[in-house]
Design a protein around this ligand. Structure first.
Ligand code: ADP
Ligand code: MG
Length: 331
């Protein structure tokens, strides 16, 4: 409940910040285990189309909902997927390869063991983690078009990328409509589209990981997706230790590397969402090496020692909020 209230507050702030003279059509939808708030200018009807898209993708991609396509694949170890589910899985496998497994959808059995998918949080024994690690292997997922098969014990979780893919599909709906601008906050993954009625860009707040209802800064942009991953989004504590919902697929344990949050800005939503999770797993050195190699995104990384790393492309569009101070370094 507390999380929902804070998400709604966050959403309200994003709206206020993107103020505009023409009144937008607005809607809040609860789906994908989060609260989504949308604001569209110039074509109210798109909200119905985007809302039904949200529910369709949620029902298809959820690893928790027993009736979803992904749950059926995980149960039966074979499935003929819908176009959406096949597109998401195949792109996620490509990115798993590209990120050297920092992003790996087959982390699912470990997500279950830690209770992050069902909600019954627990710390598995080291023996249990050792026994599950061999099941984490994206290359074991076989895809032939929409036909997918998984070896015994292997299962997939698309939670790291579903909202990003949703952003891409929502953008296509907006492009086909008369909407002049929109900001969709899809639960921490934000799509900016078009412009305000005065032609100016959107100003989107980036959550302060230590006080998630506040913003440590703002990004001014449009036609980009902004995806943030952080331990603060979901975690539990036991014996004074915090266990977060982003797992390192190479160890089977929650990431614990001094990063507080990673915000990725990219044209493509699925890529932005995937990378926010993957760079979080990689840590600063891994993220810097990945950026040097590919450089096809921008990002802001906050560390627990008060350092903020950012790529060149972000420095032009980012402004720090009043009262925040970080040691700023180039990634
Ligand atoms: P959020 O869902 O809070 O926006 P992310 O986009 O970072 O955050 O996605 C985290 C989700 O991704 C987890 O809840 C889990 O379902 C899944 N996940 C966790 N670790 C990994 C990983 N290393 N690779 C792929 N998926 C992961
Ligand atoms: Mg992500």
């Amino acid at each position: 409940m507390k999380k929902i209230v804070s998400l709604v507050l966050c959403a309200a702030l994003v709206w206020m910040l993107s103020g505009c003279d023409e009144l937008p059509a607005e809607r809040t939808v609860t789906a994908m285990d989060t609260v989504m708030s949308m604001r569209v200018f110039g074509d109210d009807g798109t909200l119905d189309d985007i809302t039904s898209l949200i529910h369709t993708l949620d029902a298809s991609l959820s690893a928790v909902d027993e009736d979803s396509e992904i749950a059926a694949l995980n149960r039966d170890k074979a499935a003929l997927l819908s176009d959406d589910a096949a597109a998401v899985l195949s792109r996620t496998l490509d990115i798993a390869h590209r990120t050297d497994g920092a992003l790996d959808p087959t982390v699912c059995p470990l997500m279950n063991a830690w209770g992050f998918l069902g909600g019954a949080y627990r710390v598995p024994s080291s023996e249990e983690i050792e026994s599950l690690l061999p099941l984490v292997d994206a290359s074991a997922v076989k895809m032939d078009g929409a036909a997918v098969s998984l070896p015994k014990g292997v299962s997939v979780d698309l939670g790291a990328v579903a909202k990003g893919y949703l952003a891409d599909r929502a953008k296509a709906i907006l492009s086909d409509s008369a909407a002049s601008g929109a900001v969709l906050n899809l639960g921490g993954t934000i799509l900016t589209y078009g412009s305000k009625s005065d032609g100016s860009l959107w100003k989107v707040g980036v959550a302060d990981p230590e006080h998630p209802t506040a913003y440590f800064g703002y990004l001014t942009c449009t036609d980009r997706v902004i995806a943030t991953s952080g331990g603060y989004e979901r975690y539990f504590e036991e014996d004074g230790r915090r266990y977060i919902h982003i797992l390192d697929p190479s160890t089977g344990y929650p990431v614990d590397n001094h990063l507080l949050s990673v915000t990725v800005v990219a044209d493509d939503g699925l890529y932005a969402d995937a990378l926010s999770t993957a760079l979080f797993v990689m840590g600063i050195d891994g993220a810097a090496a990945y950026y040097d190699r590919y450089g096809d995104f921008d990002c802001i990384i906050l560390c627990d020692d008060g350092t903020m790393y950012m790529t060149d492309g972000v420095s032009d569009i980012f402004s720090l909020a009043d009262g925040y101070e970080y040691t700023i370094q180039q990634l």
